[in-house]
Design a protein around this ligand. Structure first.
Ligand code: HEC
Length: 362
């Protein structure tokens, strides 16, 4: 009864009630899935961060390039054209740093690699209303204004329902020459007023941060590269694990489960008595006994036990046989004695005696 209760108790939904291979698989799967979730999250964050950093640094280089273009226009093109500008009826946009920067960027965008990049000089009070900073960009400019040590900001934003990654740098009025066109309408060339009006783009001060130079990239471009790298790495990791799991299972089957099963069979045979000495000496169990590990040790102990048992059985059989022979002899003696002591035999002997005496008397 008590034993049955123990067996029933053991048959619950416990890991130890399943096959060894299943136990290993379940355990390894749990470890793997846990590891995969933790490392997956870390890996994804890292890849995403790297992709962002890469785009941000690309943006930085582009902004620096735009600043070089601006600088070139201010120092080389503008001085050449300034006399013409003062007298020309039509405004000459080639004299404007912002114009050259935008033109160069548009050329850059004809490259497939930069097709999705956008450049904007988001300005609080712009000459060209197209450059007007929206709410989000205004906040960026204000932050640059409030913290002169802040040289860069980057991150994600949504604009017209699309998520964009941005990389921004402050743009300050770095030279007196800028103020010719951006201080007061009176100081600016007439053709500029004629083209852009006198309402916007004036009242700027030297060293004042008036705008943020921003490079925009669709977030999907940034995240897709991180995602495809992530998927690739995960596929490799999962495939490696699946292979490891298969190999571990095969190894377990070959070097643990099969030998243990074999030993179990022999032990069962030994206890039921339907195994012969020759079968115990067969290659199966001896192969296990040759192993240097714990299973080999158990198999050797088992072999010794089985041999001792067969030897003892052999001895017992011999003893029984000897005893039988002894018993037979004792029986024979007994029978002889019975015959000798029987009345008939006595009479026979007496007759023999009488006959001998009669013969001697003759
Ligand atoms: C010859 C006149 C002129 C000079 C000099 C000049 N700008 Fe401009 N600036 C303009 C005009 C015109 C625009 C609008 C161009 C366009 O249509 O995009 C402009 C645009 C800009 C913009 C983009 C925002 C906006 O107002 O539309 C910034 C920022 C800017 N200028 C800064 C500067 C700085 C800094 C300097 C000095 C290095 C400078 N400008 C020199 C005429 C000038």
């Amino acid at each position: 009864m008590a034993e049955n209760a123990l067996v029933n108790e053991r048959r619950g939904w416990q890991l130890s009630n399943f096959k060894l291979g299943t136990q290993f698989t379940v355990f390894l799967m749990l470890v793997f899935i846990g590891g995969l979730i933790v490392s997956g999250v870390i890996l994804y964050r890292t890849l995403e961060q790297r992709a962002e950093d890469e785009v941000a640094s690309k943006g930085l280089i582009l902004i620096q390039t735009m600043n070089s273009v601006r600088n070139y226009t201010s120092t080389q093109v503008n001085p050449l054209l300034a006399p013409d500008l003062a007298t020309a009826d039509a405004f000459i946009p080639q004299t404007v740093p912002a114009f050259s920067a935008r033109e160069v960027f548009e050329h850059l965008r004809t490259n497939e690699q930069y097709r999705n990049f956008f450049y904007k000089e988001a300005t609080l009070n712009p000459t060209n209303l197209r450059d007007q900073a929206d709410e989000f960009e205004t906040a960026l400019v204000q932050r640059f204004r409030g913290d002169p040590a802040l040289r860069e900001q980057s991150g994600f934003r949504t604009s017209h329902g699309e998520t964009l990654f941005y990389s921004a740098r402050p743009l300050a009025i770095g030279a007196e020459s800028c103020l010719v066109c951006h201080s007061t309408p009176d100081a600016a060339p007439d053709s500029l007023i004629a083209t852009y009006g006198s309402e916007h783009g004036f009242g700027w001060m030297l060293n004042e941060v008036v705008a943020a130079q921003i490079i925009y990239v669709p977030a999907s471009d940034v995240l897709n590269s991180a995602r495809s790298a992530f998927v690739l790495i995960m596929v490799i990791v999962v495939a490696t694990f699946a292979l490891a799991l298969l190999l571990i299972n095969a190894l377990l089957r070959r070097s643990v489960v099969q030998p243990v099963e074999q030993m179990g069979l022999y032990a069962q045979g030994l206890s039921d008595g339907d195994i012969t000495a020759a079968e115990v000496e067969s290659e199966g169990i001896k192969g296990v006994a040759r192993r240097g590990d714990e299973l080999g040790q158990s198999a050797r102990v088992f072999l010794n036990m089985a041999r001792e048992r067969f030897a003892r059985e052999q001895g017992l059989k011999k003893q029984v046989q000897e005893l039988r022979i002894q018993i037979d002899e004792v029986k024979k003696h007994q029978q002889v004695k019975e015959i000798v002591e029987s009345e008939y035999f006595q009479e026979l002997q007496n007759k023999v005696k009488d006959m001998r005496a009669a013969r001697d008397n003759k």
